[in-house]
Design a protein around this ligand. Structure first.
Ligand code: BES
Ligand code: MN
Ligand code: ZN
Length: 506
């Protein structure tokens, strides 16, 4: 069972929209009948045909509105698709991405096999052509993403959208468009990979399954890949990591990926991803509501694999290490019990007061393992706390760091990628909440500031290097009716690495 990817072909073009010989040319219209520049060109060539239609009230330019026109006079394209852009002064990042998505979905639903989309020409405040094109590619992929490998029947569109041309306004911008296109594609493929892994149910996506996917990736892109089994982890003293998987019949795996794109003296960036393939809570069993979503508790690991896919495709000239501790958190006779005390690889002991606070138990040993790479920076990604969702909701990931310049670097990359983060405090004052009378620390810090005390716990294992932690519990997937992985924060990670590679301008 393979997930069938509908691979769209993209290209970049400049030139008059009225002269495009294509099945459909897509142009944007703002509210109050304000035409975008390419729409003005079409309007002029057709002697005011668009203005007439807008005056007649057929389309109001509201965000999400569409109108498909046939036989527009003097226009070489078979059809013209109008896309409402909303108010011009509100045309920011989100409106731009929504407009592209709306255009792509409308093209799909109207059976257009190819199209020239001019929305990519419309300026977005503070953004450049590279950004516009990259985000257009990402929004298009997002709009067409499907996960139907688990469905017995799929509805194949009779006339699937195959080719999309994104327009830039001048010839001189073509080269920037190409940079945006290459980046957008690599990131889209990384996001798609992370989404597929997240959406694969936990009866299939096990720790060994993730290990297999990592091996395949390593083979394609010539990464180093090592998969540590229970015995190998035991030898390393990963008592905290191994304790979590004991209640499951799926054996744990500790995945190590290495991309050696930089010279030997360059210290690597280490990406660490939590990969609990299912989090039932263990003996501190979760309540039934929404427990089905806990297959997404491997999303941190999925994002590391997604980022590696993009790293491979872009051939980044950097050294990057990926560490993915993976196991399943289940209740069973041999599972962790509240009150158990385990010894982490660092030597620090942990009293497990709640077996559902398992993410930190697997990450702490991965953070200690990271020391051997003498990293320049370590970033961990984890669906770590429900408290993070309460604090920030679904829009930003929570950012914690022990090093301000690294935090700023991540904030910058998050803005570039439009994959936002919000920094949270990591003050020592909170550390007290983790006190244990019997061990070096407890694994929970009580109800107040739950995502912060979780980060404080991790910080105790990240003292030897610059470190940042992203709590992606609210951002990595959507719950409820449109349940599905978002592939976040793959784009942020790739931008962080692109900026480090000094590839900002391509
Ligand atoms: N994987 C969960 C966190 C989570 C909850 C992610 C909801 C996404 C949505 C994590 O392992 C967990 O169970 N955390 C506990 C910690 C608590 C016991 C201190 C939580 O947040 O309830
Ligand atoms: Mn849990
Ligand atoms: Zn969890």
């Amino acid at each position: 069972m393979e997930n069938k990817e509908i691979e769209l072909e993209f290209s970049i073009k400049s030139g008059a929209p009225e002269k495009q010989r294509t099945a459909c040319v897509v142009v944007g219209v703002f509210e109050n009948r304000k035409l975008s520049a390419p729409a003005v060109d079409i309007d002029r060539a057709s002697d005011g045909y668009l203005s007439d239609i807008l005056r007649g009230g057929d389309m109001d330019g509201k965000a999400g509105s569409t109108l498909l026109l046939h036989k527009v006079p003097n226009i070489l394209a078979d059809r013209v698709l109008l896309i409402g852009l909303g108010k011009e002064r509100d045309f920011h990042e989100k409106a731009y991405r929504d407009a592209i998505a709306c255009a792509i979905k409308t093209l799909r639903d109207t059976g257009s096999m190819e199209a020239t989309v001019t929305l990519s020409e419309i300026p977005v405040k503070k953004r450049d052509v590279v950004w516009n094109v990259e985000q257009a590619v990402l929004a298009a992929h997002e709009a067409l993403y499907r996960f139907d490998r688990m469905k017995s029947k799929t509805n194949e569109p009779r006339r699937p959208l195959k080719r999309v041309v994104f327009a830039v306004s001048r010839r001189g911008e073509l080269k920037f468009g190409d940079v945006g296109l290459a980046r957008g594609l690599a990131i889209a493929h990384g996001i798609g990979f992370a989404k597929d892994l997240g959406n694969t149910p936990s009866n299939i996506c096990t720790p060994e399954y993730l290990a297999g996917e990592a091996r395949k990736l390593a083979k394609t892109y010539r990464f180093g890949c090592e998969v540590l089994d229970y015995a190998a982890c035991e030898k390393l003293g990963m008592g905290s990591f191994l304790s979590v998987g004991k209640g499951s019949d799926k054996p744990p795996r500790f995945i190590v990926l290495r991309h050696e794109g930089g010279d030997k003296t360059q210290k690597p960036v280490v990406l660490v991803g939590k990969a609990i393939t299912f989090d039932a809570g263990g003996i501190s069993l979760k309540p039934p509501a929404d427990m089905d979503e806990m297959n997404y508790d491997m999303s941190g690991g999925g994002a590391v694999l997604g980022a590696f896919r993009a790293i491979g495709e872009l051939g980044l000239p950097l050294n990057v290490v990926g560490l993915i501790p993976s196991c399943e958190n289940m209740p069973d006779a041999s599972a962790n019990k509240p009150g158990d005390i385990v010894t982490s690889m660092s030597g620090q002991t942990i009293e497990i007061l709640n077996t559902d606070a398992e993410g930190r138990l697997i990450l702490c040993d991965a953070l200690t393992y990271a020391e051997r790479f003498e990293p320049d920076a370590v970033i961990d990604l984890a669906t770590l706390t429900g408290a993070c969702v309460i604090a920030l909701g679904a829009h930003p990931s929570a950012l914690f760091s022990n090093h301000d310049p690294l935090a700023r670097e991540i904030e910058h990359a998050a803005d570039d990628a439009w994959d936002r983060v919000w920094r949270m405090p990591l003050w020592d004052d909170y550390q007290e909440q983790l006190k244990s009378s019997l061990a070096d620390m407890a694994n929970i810090g009580g109800r107040p500031a739950g995502s912060i005390t979780a980060a404080c716990f991790l910080s105790r294992f990240a003292k030897k290097y610059h470190w940042a932690h992203l709590d992606i519990a609210g951002t990595a997937y959507k719950g409820g009716r449109d349940k599905g992985s978002t592939g976040r924060p793959v784009s942020l990670l790739v931008h962080f690495l692109l900026n480090r590679a000094g590839k900002d301008a391509g």
